[in-house]
Write a protein that binds this ligand. Structure first.
Ligand SMILES: *Cc1c(COP(=O)(O)O)cnc(C)c1O
Length: 711
């Protein structure tokens, strides 16, 4: 069973006694990955469509609705069934962890991360890192790993994106009302638990909230409380805030606050997982704790290192956190005294290279104080070993390739199919016995194809809805809005490209040679269309310029009707896209894509990856499950590389992808294409789920490191 966190009551939800367990369901995001769940929609389809957040919805459902539901046997059965599944899930004592590691370690795994993407209703994630953290947490819950996550409660979230007719990105920062969110105040002495953190000349308090994902609590720290000065309240407002000092202050709260919150709750983690450098200052706090309880600094370092693992997530410099030393000293001036040392020691711990002390690198700090360092694909591990080997004393960076949480990302229809042809334990069976995959290969092509077309139609409907909202805001006429109903026809080859508009992801690559692209996309016999989506960081002017350019091209006479841009990419849109497109395109500049996970989501649903051999695809591509193109390594000449990769992209699209898609049998099914879809599903399910990934973390790190503690 999970780590229990005492909480105070949340919002006053208007739930009648007969359905009182809805309260527990609303405050546990388990519902979001429960395969059967339609419960919230059944309460009120209109309210559900409006909010998609049970806590918010339950605070507005009116008494008349409950009266109707009180007399609905269908609803009562659905309610009872959901509660039963939920209780079974929460109390199961025969999980994977129970069977293999029941008493292996003496305390939970603490998982520290700056973003947690569990569900669209909690906008405290920006992209791949956050969604991965959410998926990791959900699989830890499914597998029964004793696990507690810690992060920050960003009340202004990561921004919501609007795109103007000009293509300019607008940044919206809606205020998160905690009484409408699936978070509960953690109980402390005399009210909500708050931890104290020393700031220059003052103390800042961080209130502690709990968001629950199945068996796993996610503790969220929040400085926006009346106890703090107005100037300190916004510290935790915005994810990846621009100001360097504000960013440092956030990561200081995250690192120090995480350790103190766990201590205040009496939780003694057996293993600490520092997920990316943002939370690395937790290591300073733990060092000080060790010295405070009598250890020498040398022994304290050993003790901290022994049960800490650190995961690197990007080889891109902008992704690593490096601060100027004077800023660090401003905040950590008092810290050397706590460990009986001096500021030179602190500077040394954060230096990227020995003897270079001007900058404080949180990644370097974490590497120095971890005994297990990993990258998120085999290729990334090799690249990271090159970058960081000098701090690893000759050891290599381990490779634990990312995955995605199958219950979240595999479509309802595909879950049903897999359950039907394999069993309800399809994922475990596929991972443990690859011959089970034969059963999927035997499924008639028409079944796979028709399921896929159904999801494609859902994507079309979803996209048209988004475009209508977008164009209406731009002032389009009723006739123009009506014409949206003819856009994105689902019988066309549809290519998806959705990810953050970070420049290394090269969103403009396909526009290198517009006449050639036009010839491929607008061929009347074999048309194709591309859907783009993604946010550019508010400080990333180049990324915003890319969006503007794609909007412009989407309206150009050459490409209009074949290029679309959807605004406000998030987890929900990600599900529609990765479940509905035919092809998932990824063309990063290698080797900068540490892993990439969206391609795994597409593959699990039968989407075919068309990707540069970087990140996960370098190990995921097997020649039968999609396409690889372009250079595997650049020589630093970006322009030449982009040229070459774009040519390779056009060739593979024109000669392989498009013809294969339109090669149909008498029933209209593209048999060879469907054969590839099956291979994509099998290879991604076998290799790239977070179930596989979390098991690997447990076996290679959580258990061996956690055992050192008591042993
Ligand atoms: C999966 C996912 C990502 C990660 O995509 P990459 O392929 O790693 O770029 C980013 N954002 C959202 C909303 C996702 O669901």
């Amino acid at each position: 069973m999970g780590v229990d966190i005492p909480t105070l009551p949340g919002a006053e939800l208007r739930v009648p006694e007969t359905f009182s367990r809805l309260y527990d369901l609303a405050y546990n995001l388990w519902w979001s990955w429960d395969a059967m769940n339609q419960l919230w929609r059944s309460i009120s389809p209109e309210l559900w469509t409006q909010y998609r957040n049970p806590v918010e919805m339950l605070s507005v459902v009116d008494p008349a609705t409950w009266k109707v539901l009180d007399h609905s046997e269908v609803f009562q059965d659905q309610y009872a069934d959901t509660v039963r599944r939920f209780d079974n899930y929460m109390t199961a004592d025969d999980t994977w962890w129970d069977r293999h590691y029941a008493d292996a370690i003496d305390g939970p795994v603490a998982y520290l991360c700056a973003e947690h993407g569990v569900h669209s209703s909690m906008p405290i994630y920006s992209g791949g890192l956050g969604v991965l953290a959410g998926d990791h947490t959900k699989s830890a819950s499914d597998l029964g790993v004793p696990f507690v996550a810690v992060g920050l409660l960003y009340r202004r979230g990561y921004f919501r994106q609007e795109i103007e007719a000009s293509g300019d990105q607008q940044h919206m920062y809606p205020v998160v009302d905690t009484s409408r969110m699936p978070v509960l105040p953690v109980a402390g002495r005399g009210g909500q638990l708050k931890v104290e953190i020393e700031f220059p000349g003052r103390t800042v308090l961080a209130a502690v909230w709990k968001m629950q994902a199945g068996r796993v609590p996610i503790l969220l720290l929040d400085t926006d409380i009346p106890d703090n000065a107005d100037a300190d309240r916004p510290i935790t407002h915005m994810l990846y805030v621009r100001g360097r000092e504000m960013r440092f202050a956030q990561e200081y709260i995250l690192g120090i606050g995480a350790v103190r919150a766990l201590k205040a709750l009496g939780i003694r983690p057996a293993t600490w997982h520092v997920n990316e450098g943002h939370a690395a200052m937790s290591l300073l706090e733990r060092l000080a704790d060790e010295v405070g309880s009598g250890a020498s600094l040398e022994d304290a370092e050993k003790a901290v290192r022994a049960n800490t693992l650190f995961t690197l997530h990007t080889p891109v410099p902008a992704g690593n956190e490096v601060f100027e030393m004077p800023l660090v000293e401003k905040y950590l001036n008092h810290w050397p005294r706590r460990v009986d040392s001096d500021i030179a020691y602190l500077a040394h711990m954060g230096s990227s290279r020995e003897g270079q002390n001007g900058h404080f690198d949180l990644g370097a700090l974490a590497i120095r104080l971890s005994s297990f360092v990993n990258g998120v694909s085999q290729r990334h591990a090799a690249v990271a070993t090159g970058d960081w080997g000098h701090l690893l004393g000759g050891e290599a960076v381990h490779g634990i390739t990312n995955g995605v949480h199958t219950p979240t990302w595999v479509s309802r229809g595909n879950k049903r199919l897999l359950t039907e042809v394999i069993s309800s334990e399809w994922l475990t069976q596929l991972i443990e016995d690859p011959s089970v995959a034969e059963k999927l290969r035997q499924v008639p092509d028409t079944r796979i194809w028709e399921d896929h077309l159904a999801r494609k139609r859902l994507l079309t409907r979803f996209s048209r809805g988004r475009l209508r909202r977008q164009y209406a805001r731009h002032g389009a006429s009723p006739d123009e809005l009506r014409a949206i109903d003819t856009l994105l026809p689902p019988d066309r080859l549809t290519i998806g490209f959705a990810r953050r508009f970070a420049t290394y992801k090269r969103a403009l690559l396909m526009f290198h040679n517009i006449p050639w692209l036009q010839a491929i996309l607008t061929n009347p016999d074999r048309p194709a269309q591309v859907i783009f989506a993604g946010k550019a960081h508010p400080a990333d002017k180049m990324g915003q310029e890319y969006i503007r350019r794609i909007i412009e091209l989407s309206k150009s006479p050459e490409l209009a009707g074949h290029i679309y841009v959807l605004e406000d990419y998030d987890i929900r849109m990600g599900r529609f896209l990765t479940q509905g497109v035919d092809v998932w395109l990824n063309n990063p500049r290698p080797p900068q894509e540490a892993s990439g996970t969206s391609g795994m989501k597409a593959a699990m649903n039968g989407g075919l990856n068309l990707s540069i051999l970087d990140g996960w695809w370098a190990e995921g591509f097997n020649g039968r499950n999609g396409w690889a193109f372009g250079l595997e390594w650049g020589d630093g000449n970006h322009q030449a590389q982009d040229n070459e990769d774009a040519l390779a992209l056009y060739k593979v699209l024109q000669d392989e992808v498009v013809p294969l898609y339109y090669e149909r049998d008498e029933s209209g099914t593209p048999g060879a294409w469907v054969a590839m879809m099956k291979e994509a599903m099998i290879s991604s399910l076998v290799g790239f789920s977070t179930n596989r990934m979390v098991k690997q973390y447990a076996e290679e790190a959580y258990v061996p490191l956690g055992k050192r503690l008591g042993g």
